[in-house]
Design a binder for this molecule. Structure first.
Ligand SMILES: *[C@@H]1O[C@H](CO)[C@@H](O)[C@H](O)[C@H]1NC(C)=O
Ligand SMILES: *[C@@H]1O[C@H](CO)[C@@H](O)[C@H](O)[C@H]1NC(C)=O
Ligand SMILES: *[C@@H]1O[C@H](CO)[C@@H](O)[C@H](O)[C@H]1NC(C)=O
Ligand SMILES: *[C@@H]1O[C@H](CO)[C@@H](O)[C@H](O)[C@H]1NC(C)=O
Ligand SMILES: *[C@@H]1O[C@H](CO)[C@@H](O)[C@H](O)[C@H]1NC(C)=O
Ligand SMILES: *[C@@H]1O[C@H](CO)[C@@H](O)[C@H](O)[C@H]1NC(C)=O
Ligand SMILES: *[C@@H]1O[C@H](CO)[C@@H](O)[C@H](O)[C@H]1NC(C)=O
Length: 447
């Protein structure tokens, strides 16, 4: 009897629905603070026995890498340092033995794209002057290690180039070349070029972009580019999975925007503009949606994160390519308001949903929903905040152009891994199911 009022009082103070006013930075940052607490509800690193840098089951390692990127954005855009130490610890714990974001204990799940996502996060740490590591390589060197190890895997043997989805032969999906892996390399190359003013990275970005176009994963016509998912090497990448995801085009847009901002070439402005035009298919009445799975109610654990990746890249593009600001911002703003009005679920009253066109919370919840709403809402602040730093302009992160190249990691074999065949079979089944879903989705799209 006495408990009830106390409990009610607790719930009332904890809740407080999000009332987003995009014209007010405080309003956006209040919303971001509430939503980031929802993100950290899934964090295991501060729980007894939990691994630092990991979120609870069933969240994968790449999703953690992406989530810390979102928290760095909140730290930066809102100047809120509440979780600075937590983020720092997470990035440090997951660097892996070779300081290249390939920790041994992730070899059963880690693909090129997974490593790439941690790379994107440490690149952002460099661009935003996030507190430098005390010992060990700095953010720039860590990013270069990711870039170098990925670029070393550029595979000319099949399909004339590109990155495979998987790094390790025993993970199924090894024979699939996907856009997201190559896009992560492209994005990192564009950002490293701008940060270090080293043209070699522009050359890599150009090779990656040309390959994606030549192979048909990107089709650019009539001022509009579409970005498809990938293809198996069995048919020399001619049997393309034509499914379209927000994160594939998002990561491409972001990379192209950095390349334009650095090179100031009309060529990269056109590439960026055509991709932005193509990205409009992911908005309905101005509201962002994951068209390949949302209407069918079958977005999987990974796919629920994609919109946040997309929103972040669009915000950065509005900043780095002022010519496209007017094109992008109305879409981001409508989506931010729609996302915020979905964040009224759960006991806490600020659990975010998946479908932002739905009036209120649609009943979906999870780390992906939470991170995607956070990124979309705070992206409004990106173009009105200072541009990502460069070495010429106060960026102090220390680099190492050879980072990641002096390890024996790429020669690791299955027998070195000390894993039993049950794990291998398990990993193979998981990736096979994911691939089946992607392909199945594609067939469904075609029909
Ligand atoms: C910073 O974030 C924390 C956690 O989300 C929140 O409790 C706090 O109110 C925020 N501070 C400001 C000034 O917004
Ligand atoms: C994986 O290894 C890293 C060190 O590379 C460690 O910090 C982390 O806690 C381990 N993760 C898990 C889930 O055991
Ligand atoms: C495979 O595709 C690449 C890129 O399109 C092409 O250069 C190569 O000749 C093809 N190989 C075969 C055997 O068809
Ligand atoms: C690069 O981005 C900065 C920051 O927004 C902007 O001021 C500048 O005009 C951009 N450069 C080009 C070539 O658009
Ligand atoms: C970045 O950090 C360095 C060293 O801590 C500092 O000198 C510089 O002013 C910072 N720049 C910005 C823009 O925060
Ligand atoms: C530019 O980057 C490339 C690729 O990492 C590297 O080999 C080269 O040494 C760099 N150049 C300079 C001047 O740092
Ligand atoms: C590679 O690492 C080994 C052992 O850590 C070291 O002795 C060697 O000097 C390194 N080589 C280069 C090129 O950095």
């Amino acid at each position: 009897m006495i408990l009830l009022p106390i409990l009610t009082a607790f719930l009332v103070t904890r809740s407080g629905a999000i009332d987003l006013d995009l014209s007010s930075r405080d309003s956006i940052c209040d919303a971001a603070a509430l939503i980031q607490d929802g993100v950290l509800d899934y964090y295991e690193g501060t729980r007894y026995g939990g691994a630092v840098g990991m979120f609870v089951y069933p969240y994968y390692w790449w999703q953690a890498g992406h989530a810390f990127g979102a928290l760095i954005d909140t730290w930066y855009l809102c100047g809120n340092d509440t979780y600075e130490q937590l983020i720092h610890d997470a990035l440090m714990h997951q660097t892996g033995e070779g300081n290249d974001y390939m920790p041994k204990n992730q070899t059963m799940t880690e693909g090129n794209d997974d490593q790439g996502f941690w790379g994107l996060t440490v690149m952002a740490a460099a661009e935003r002057n996030f507190t430098a590591p005390q010992d060990g390589p700095d953010w720039l060197a860590l990013t270069q290690a990711v870039y170098n190890t990925m670029w070393e895997r550029w595979d000319m043997e099949h399909c004339g180039g590109g990155l495979r989805w998987q790094i390790f032969t025993w993970n199924s999906g090894y024979n699939y070349k996907n856009t997201i892996s190559t896009a992560c390399l492209f994005n990192l190359a564009g950002r490293l070029a701008r940060f270090t003013r080293n043209d070699t990275y522009v050359e890599t970005a150009q090779i990656a972009y040309d390959w994606l176009v030549d192979i048909g994963f990107i089709v650019d016509s009539n001022g509009m580019a579409r970005v498809y998912d990938g293809a198996d090497i069995a048919e020399n990448c001619t049997d393309i999975v034509h499914i379209e995801w927000t994160y594939n085009i998002g990561i491409m847009i972001g990379g192209a925007a950095y390349l334009y901002n650095f090179t100031e070439e009309q060529y990269w402005l056109d590439v960026t503009a055509h991709l932005v035009e193509g990205a409009k298919v992911f908005f309905r009445d101005g509201i962002m949606y994951e068209r390949a799975c949302q209407d069918g109610d079958n977005c999987n654990n990974d796919q629920r994160f994609f919109k946040g990746v997309f929103a972040r890249c669009l915000g950065l593009t509005a900043l780095l390519v002022p010519d496209l600001y007017d094109d992008i911002m109305p879409l981001l703003d409508t989506s931010a308001s729609a996302a915020a009005q979905s964040c009224v679920g759960g006991i806490d009253g600020h659990t975010c949903g998946l479908n932002w066109e739905y009036d209120g919370w649609d009943g979906y919840y999870g780390l992906g929903e939470q991170v995607s709403a956070l990124e979309t809402i705070q992206s409004h602040l990106t173009p009105i905040s200072p541009a990502p730093l460069t070495q010429e302009n106060e960026g102090v992160a220390v680099g190492d152009v050879n980072a990641g190249l002096n390890t024996t990691r790429n020669e690791l074999t299955y027998s070195d891994m000390n894993i039993d065949s049950g794990d291998v079979a398990g990993a193979a089944i998981v990736t096979a199911v994911v691939l089946l879903l992607a392909v199945g989705g594609a067939i469904w799209m075609v029909l």
